[in-house]
Design a protein around this ligand. Sequence first.
Ligand SMILES: Nc1cc(-c2ccc3cc[nH]c3c2)n[nH]1
Length: 226
Amino acid sequence: MRIDIVTIFPTFFDVLGLSLIGKARESGVLDIRAHDLRDFTHDRHRTVDDTPYGGGAGMVMKPEPWGEALDSLVGDETVLIVTSPAGEPFTQTIARELANESHLVFACGRYEGIDQRVVDHYAERGRVRLLSIGDYVLNGGEVAAMAIVEAVGRLVPGVVGNPASLVEESHEDGLLEYPSYTKPSEWRGLTVPPVLLSGNHGLIASWRHDQQVERTRRVRPDLLPD
Ligand SMILES: Nc1cc(-c2ccc3cc[nH]c3c2)n[nH]1
């Protein structure tokens, strides 16, 4: 999978050279590239923003640099992802959908956001998704893009060593994950649930599912079917 990220802070994504995603980049399973939006400006000050039509506080990102940057990256197979607090809530289901794509381009806004005509222009020509990682406001789209890149990247075959570890996770089966324990069997007076020491794998599986349902009912009842 090829992932391109357009941002005025390209070094922000240097962290993607670490850990699993970093190894996947080295092996070629993931090809992730960050691009500086200012490289697509032509004035001395490399200007990417201007005052909003209609007035109001803050600045809006100009459409021209975005058009040149995205024209250089977006193709017929591309899904253009614009992170925004006004976007569709990003979920594990969307992560799975995006993990099947061959090319993702992320547009990371700053200031008060990107001129709406950029989204409108590319939505007329291909697939564009406005995605939010939560109902809170960040200073820019980079943190949201980073979260989505990690959630999607780890689902791409060859990125995670043991694909079985992707199955029993929160949200993978619509439920929150069960609690996990490791040695020692007692720590600060706290012990491990005896069923996990029983060696009875049927009982363990049943206990773990019960824990998932109980935890989901307690913490995220909205995830349970009506
Ligand atoms: N879920 C979420 C996304 C954002 C976001 C995304 C892009 C920009 C551009 C300027 N501020 C932004 C905030 N905040 N919260």
